[in-house]
Structures are given as structure tokens and as C-alpha cells.
Design a protein around this ligand. Structure first.
Ligand SMILES: Nc1nc2c(ncn2[C@@H]2O[C@H](COP(=O)(O)OP(=O)(O)OP(=O)(O)O)[C@@H](O)[C@H]2O)c(=O)[nH]1
Ligand SMILES: [Mg+2]
Length: 336
């Protein structure tokens, strides 16, 4: 049954979770009603702290997200003087770029996250890949926008893996946490995939297992290589954020308060240093560029004669045309 975007927006802003879930599905499917509702919600977004949690499979991301959420939701444990009504509300977006269906891993996450599901201040959403990585990254950005507008103050975006998809999705986050664990060779993988470059906070989870110190050492040397100016010029420390390396045991909750503090510190840094503004501008520019490209290609394809593109592609493959020439012909038509 379809619902008018205006009513959907009102319900979402009133805190109706069922309507929010429905809206997110409409947005994911790029339904017109969903996109209209998103337009109306957009002015209400921009308040949440968007936190990306990424790392190789099995490093403990979901366990950590679970623990962190419990901690954020339980302010008496955090600071004695916070009124529970003022606790952060948390939305969790679990993205699995490798899974075309809502399959095993995500179902597992759901089951583990069930302890949180009675809490009205927590909203959990799973998203699975439906093809192109770029499409998933864009859908994630829109879903996060809607959750932000709906009033969740912390949005945790969990992505599996250590590849290009994570890097794309991380572009949505303001603070990116990269998780590694000992014994998986992840420290090497993290460095290889260039995922270290996107880290604002590094977490070595499973510190109860042997090898944790070694993992920390490897990360530390990689970090020192990446931030040489910091190690030589002390006076500069304030203007450069050097990712801290934190230790956690997600299964017991050890190190979670320190992670929560580091998240707050990074957000503070973004605000004070002006880096937040620069990051927001850059992320939005990249998103608009991508939307523009999508739009132009879609429009172009619609009015282009059937089969011309494929025909030109064949000619390029047969070395009869150079790719740039082919595009020229597509755009301007054949000069002859
Ligand atoms: N020993 C130990 N085990 C942990 C710790 N954190 C998580 N685990 C276990 O590691 C396994 C994987 O944890 P998940 O939280 O599912 O890891 P994940 O990174 O979300 O996994 P994917 O979503 O499949 O990539 C589970 O069996 C957890 O119980 C930890 O600190 N110490
Ligand atoms: Mg997980």
C-alpha cells in the first residue's frame, strides 16, 4: 500500500519506527515516494555523528557495535550526571557489500543484536548489495541521511571486508573506525587494502588473544610511516589528527569507554579545526558529482540510438577506433 510522502515524513519525524523502516525500503529501491520524502526530510538532517566501523570479516565489528551501543544507551554507566533521557539514540546500519541477499552474515548480526531490539532508542537496519558498489554506497548515504533526520544522534555504519566498497561507504562517515584483530593477518590486509588511510581511529580487538601486542606494533609502525611530520614536529600536533590505536575486548566490553571517548574527541577535533567543514564539503561534492554522472549517463542512454554504444565498443575492441574517439562520436554524432 502506498503512502503519501508528506504523511510519511510527519510520521518519521514523530518517531514512528514502522514508517521509518518503510521509508528506508522506499529509499533503497529508489521509489519516487521515498525520494520525495527524503527531499522533505533533508533540512532536518546534519545533526548526527556519522561513524563508520569497518574491517576484515570476523574481527568483531558487530560485537563491538553491540557493546558500544549498549554503552551509549546507558549513560549512568558512562557519567553519573547524565539524565537517561538525554542519552544518545543510536541507529545501526549493517552493510554487507559481498552479499547479494540478506544472507548468513547479516542474519547472524540480527540475532546477536536482538538484545538491543527492545530499546526504543536503538534502530537497526541491514543492507545488502544489489549490484554495483557505487549503488550501495549511494543507497547507504541516503539511508543514513534519513536516519539522521529522524533524530538519531549517533549512526554506526558497519561494513564487512577490506576493499574498495568499504572505502566508498566510509565516505559517508565523519569518523571512521578500522578494526583489526590478532591472528588473522588483518594488520597486513588493512595496510594492503589502503584501508589504513581512511582510519581516524584504529582498534585492535580481541586483545584477550595472543598476538595482540604484535598487531599493535605493526599498526604503530605503519602509522608512523603515514604521519612522519607528527613524529618530527611536535608543535604541529594540534592541527593534525593522528589516529589513536585502541585495544578492546568486545566480548567483555573492555576498552569500550575509551572508544566512546575517542569518538567524541574526533568529533570535537572536526569542529574545532574546521576539518569537519572541509570534509563535509568534499564528501558532498563527490556525492553530487556521482549523482550528476549517473543522471547524465541515464539521460544520454535514453536518447541515444539503440545499439550505437555496443557497436562503437566493438570497434574500439577491434582497434578501429580509439576509446576517446568513440565517446566523441557518441556525444557529437559521427562527423562524416
Ligand atoms: N576472543 C574474542 N572473541 C571475540 C571478540 N570480539 C568478538 N569475538 C568473536 O569473534 C567472532 C566474530 O565476531 P563478529 O562480531 O561477528 O565479527 P564481525 O567483524 O562483525 O564479522 P563479519 O560481520 O562476519 O565480518 C564471534 O564469535 C565473536 O564472539 C573479542 O574481543 N575476543
Ligand atoms: Mg558483522
Amino acid at each position: 500500500m502506498s503512502i503519501e510522502p508528506k504523511r510519511l515524513v510527519e510520521s518519521v519525524l514523530r518517531g514512528d519506527r514502522l514508517c521509518l523502516a518503510r521509508l528506508l525500503t522506499l529509499i533503497e529501491n529508489e521509489e519516487e515516494e521515498g525520494l520525495q520524502a527524503l527531499q522533505q526530510l533533508y533540512p532536518s538532517s546534519g545533526k548526527a555523528h556519522l561513524i563508520g566501523i569497518t574491517g576484515a570479516p570476523g574481527t568483531g565489528k558487530s560485537t563491538l557495535v553491540n557493546r558500544l551501543t549498549e554503552y551509549l544507551r546507558n549513560p549512568t554507566e558512562r557519567h553519573e550526571d547524565i539524565d537517561p533521557a538525554e542519552a544518545d539514540s543510536v541507529a545501526i546500519v549493517a552493510v554487507d557489500p559481498s552479499s547479494p541477499f540478506s544472507g548468513g552474515a547479516i542474519l547472524g548480526d540480527r540475532i546477536r543484536m536482538r538484545d538491543l531490539s527492545g530499546d526504543k532508542g536503538v534502530f537497526i537496519r541491514s543492507m545488502a548489495s544489489r549490484g554495483a558498489v557505487g549503488g550501495l554506497a549511494r543507497a547507504t548515504a541516503s539511508v543514513v541521511e534519513a536516519l539522521d533526520a529522524a533524530g538519531y544522534s549517533k549512526i554506526l555504519i558497519e561494513t564487512v571486508g577490506a576493499g574498495q566498497a568499504e572505502v566508498e561507504i566510509a565516505k559517508t562517515a565523519q569518523t571512521t573506525v578500522v578494526i583489526t584483530a590478532p591472528g588473522l593477518g588483518d594488520e597486513v590486509q588493512a595496510i594492503k587494502a589502503g584501508i589504513l588511510e581512511i582510519a581516524d581511529i584504529l582498534v585492535v580487538n580481541k586483545c584477550d588473544l595472543p598476538g595482540a601486542d604484535n598487531t599493535k606494533r605493526v599498526l604503530h609502525s605503519a602509522l608512523t610511516l603515514g604521519y612522519p611530520q607528527h613524529t618530527t614536529k611536535e608543535g604541529n600536533a594540534q592541527s593534525v589528527w593522528v589516529p589513536p590505536i585502541l585495544s578492546t575486548i568486545a566480548t567483555t566490553g573492555e576498552g569500550i569507554p575509551e572508544l566512546a571517548s575517542a569518538l567524541d574527541e574526533h568529533r570535537e577535533y572536526l569542529e574545532v579545526s574546521n576539518e569537519g567543514k572541509r570534509q563535509a564539503r568534499e564528501q558532498m561534492r563527490s556525492r553530487m558529482d556521482q549523482l550528476l554522472r549517473d543522471h547524465l549517463i541515464k539521460e544520454f542512454t535514453a536518447q541515444n540510438p539503440d545499439g550505437q554504444y555496443e557497436e562503437l565498443l566493438e570497434k574500439v575492441l577491434a582497434r578501429k577506433l580509439e576509446p576517446r574517439q568513440a565517446v566523441e562520436i557518441l556525444v557529437r554524432g559521427n562527423p562524416e
